[in-house]
Write a protein that binds this ligand. Structure first.
Ligand code: GLA
Length: 722
């Protein structure tokens, strides 16, 4: 892939670029490989005396890396073209000479005030034409040529200034691209969107077809008639809307690439990354799997979701990042030691959660654990956000926990964890951003459709059955697994459908859910009955959708009755396909029991179709993860996937490597649970180890947020049980 400072969103249209070479930040000279441990560090908020104290506290806590200069542009270039690196040199030397490596940010996330005032054309506009004024951060248009000019100037100056600095182990490009400026409706965006459409479609005719512009007289006769979807007095054209989201994602990636091109040229030996915001709890407008092709290693920011689902959400997100990283080490660039500042109610973390969260990310492949931020700010919008050193200072439970964690990460590293990678699961759950974007449109059959939550629902259901699934992006190697889940993969091209057919024919098992294979990648519906792209492999057909809702007189849920009386009944909600035809080969696994006048009584809810050497299960409705777990358990067991509902309260994540097998066990519940395991206990938190039986199996007793890490010799790995 060619990185260019001229990279534009149009360059990224219609291409899924090949991946950059994987490179991981190497330890400082004379130091051995360690799990990276640290935080964003904002020394410009403090004076030199505090810097010295910071270094003392960092060393005491085992911190070995900090991210510097994320929001430092105004300090580095206080006036146009006047550079001040003195303070940063001093900080980097202080850190580096004390053995603390630097992940240096390019500082492009927030433009200085002088730049915004001198060039107001860089300020984004919202869909109503309102300006994003300075006063917060990221108030620049991703497509602005003016911004690009100053952005590149800054990055070049930084790279040239630090090209030989021995303490910089990685570049941190920008910060959370698209967090505040993803959708821009300015003239720059409009021009860039036109170029993007031209690159994607080639001819206006192709675009007209893709967007279905003969509907409502929206036909275009040239690319320069294209408009970004500004406010309209009705429903947006869904094709344009979907492409605008794709374009906006590409525009952010193009900014990162423009910076990466400078860094690759000036500092070819320093790997670069940027921090993603992958989270299972919400959808995202950025195609992070595509973004992952433009960095040397993946980094993610993840913030805890208060409440009892937090751990599952974290585990799912981390598994998805592992999928995006293609099982290579990735960095947890930010999480919190306790409360954040940006929710309505900013709950603090409960005992044990901070360390448990870090080790959960480590279990799923994060070989570096960093926080936002090192020292809690005294002023500014994030002064109530927790940090490794809180307002209370060194004498605080958070700092003590931070020190304990530094020690525990060292213990894990000494046990050889860095030589291992996350073990491949038997089952992959596909995640598809574009389907999520298409389903979130305002004119879908039900506003309750949410592709981003259905893969997580399956992850949880499988966890309930004692299976830790891999989450694999659509363009990842999902067809190399024993079984695959295709949850709400609504946009499906023929190439994917063919791959799926080949996969099942060759003996694979596929679970396909409602709202999958309905439209092609341009959101044009397949005709002849749903699910048009996969009617043959699923063996089912239906002619209408049947959303469920709470309107009086309508069904809000439907009882699902399995054919096997040993399986408990379930309750379908939000969506239940009225399957009307089935291939002769299909077996019905469960049917709805409903009133006669609903038209759903006896309709198949879950079916199984043998196809080639494999099997395709169709799940035509939304089920809670608990219900889903009970329905799929026998199917998993039949296919030789090691599943057991008894194991569901503890999530097991395995990393494997030349020095052994590392089994992480996490309490998924908010009560006390126990589990059995073999191997040597490396470390644990809120967990007690009972005695062993003659086979070497021991019982672990977990409190809430408890976890344990065991190591097994590789030759014994198969005898491990729980
Ligand atoms: C994001 C940003 C940080 C900080 C944290 C607060 O992750 O990257 O600069 O604002 O949120 O949670």
């Amino acid at each position: 892939m060619v990185l260019s400072t001229q990279s534009s969103a149009a360059d990224l249209a219609a291409v899924f670029p090949s991946r950059l070479r994987y490179r991981w930040p190497q330890p400082l000279k004379g130091q051995k490989n360690a799990i990276w441990y640290g935080a964003d560090y904002n020394p410009e908020q403090w004076g030199p005396d505090v810097w010295k104290e910071d270094v003392r506290l960092m060393k005491k806590a085992g911190v070995n890396i900090v991210t510097l200069a994320v929001f430092s542009w105004a300090r580095l270039e206080p006036y146009e073209g006047q550079w001040d690196f003195g303070w940063l040199d001093q900080v980097i030397n202080l850190l580096g000479s004390n053995g603390i490596a630097v992940d240096l940010a390019t500082s492009t996330a927030t433009v200085p005030q002088w730049l915004a005032l001198a060039h107001p054309d860089i300020l984004p506009l919202d869909r109503d034409g309102k300006t994003f004024w300075p006063g917060a951060r990221q108030h620049w248009r991703p497509t602005s040529p003016t911004y690009r000019h100053y952005e590149i100037e800054l990055v070049r100056h930084l790279a040239e200034h630090y090209r030989t600095n021995p303490y910089i182990v990685s570049w941190h490009i920008g910060n959370e691209f698209g967090c505040h400026n993803l959708y821009d409706y300015s003239e720059d965006a409009n021009r860039a969107f036109q170029q993007w459409c031209r690159a994607r479609y080639g001819t206006v005719e192709a675009l007209n077809r893709a967007w279905g512009t003969d509907f409502w007289s929206q036909r275009l006769t040239s690319f320069d008639q294209i408009l970004v979807p500004r406010w309209v007095n009705g429903y947006q054209n869904p094709g344009r809307q979907l492409d605008f989201v794709r374009f906006s994602s590409d525009a952010e990636i193009a900014c990162e690439r423009a910076e990466a091109a400078v860094l690759s040229e000036v500092t070819p030996n320093i790997p670069f990354t940027t921090n993603f915001m992958v989270s299972g709890g919400s959808g995202t407008g950025i195609d992070y799997d595509k973004f992952g092709t433009s960095v040397n290693f993946i980094s993610n920011d993840h913030y805890f979701m208060p409440g009892k689902d937090h751990f599952d959400e974290l585990a799912y997100s981390a598994a998805l990042v592992d999928g995006m990283a293609r099982k290579m080490p990735w960095l947890l660039m930010e999480h919190s030691t306790s409360a954040v500042n940006w929710r309505g109610i900013n709950y603090r973390m409960r005992p044990g959660e901070m360390e448990r969260d870090s080790f959960a990310h480590l279990a799923f492949g994060a070989d570096g654990i960093l926080y936002f931020q090192w020292r809690q700010s005294q002023a500014g919008a994030e002064k109530y956000h927790s940090a490794m050193v809180p307002h209370a200072g060194e004498n605080s439970h958070i700092y003590r926990d931070v020190c304990q964690q530094g020690h525990d990460l060292q213990t894990a590293a000494d046990a050889g964890i860095l030589s291992s990678r996350v073990k491949k699961s038997d089952i992959a759950i596909i995640f598809d951003n574009e389907s999520a974007w298409a389903l979130h449109q305002e004119t879908s059959p039900s506003q309750k459709l949410a592709q981003f939550s259905e893969p997580m629902n399956w992850f949880r259901a499988l966890a309930d059955d004692g299976v830790t699934a891999d989450v694999v992006p659509l363009h990842g190697p999902w067809n190399e697994y024993k079984a695959v889940v295709i949850p709400n993969v609504y946009l499906m091209d023929q190439a994917f459908a063919d791959q799926l057919r080949d996969f099942v024919r060759a003996g694979g098992m596929a679970f396909v859910t409602y709202m999958s294979g309905i439209a092609d990648r341009n959101d044009r519906i397949y005709l002849g009955g749903y699910p048009g792209a996969v009617r043959d492999v699923t063996g089912v057909r239906f002619e209408e959708f049947n959303p469920l809702g709470d309107t009086p007189g309508m069904d809000s849920s439907l009882e699902v009755v399995p054919a096997d009386p040993a399986i408990p009944h379930a309750s379908a909600y939000d969506f239940a396909d009225p399957i009307s035809d089935m291939a002769d080969s299909v077996t019905v696994l469960a049917r709805y029991s409903a009133s006669a006048d609903s038209g759903m009584n006896g309709v198949p809810a879950m079916t199984s179709n043998p196809y080639g050497k494999g099997q395709c299960i169709y799940v035509g409705c939304r089920l809670s993860h608990q219900d889903l777990a009970a329905q799929i358990l026998p199917v998993l067991t039949d296919r030789g996937i090691d599943a057991s509902a008894e194991r569901g309260s503890v999530l097991r994540v395995v990393r494997e490597g030349e020095k052994g097998r590392y089994v992480f066990l996490f309490n998924r519940t908010d009560g006390e649970v126990s589990a059995q395991a073999t191997g040597t206990l490396i470390l644990s938190s809120r967990c007690t180890l009972g005695s062993r039986d003659e086979s070497g199996t021991c019982t672990l007793q977990f409190q809430s947020a408890g976890f344990a890490l065991m190591r097994q010799e590789t030759q014994n790995s198969d005898s491990e049980s729980e």
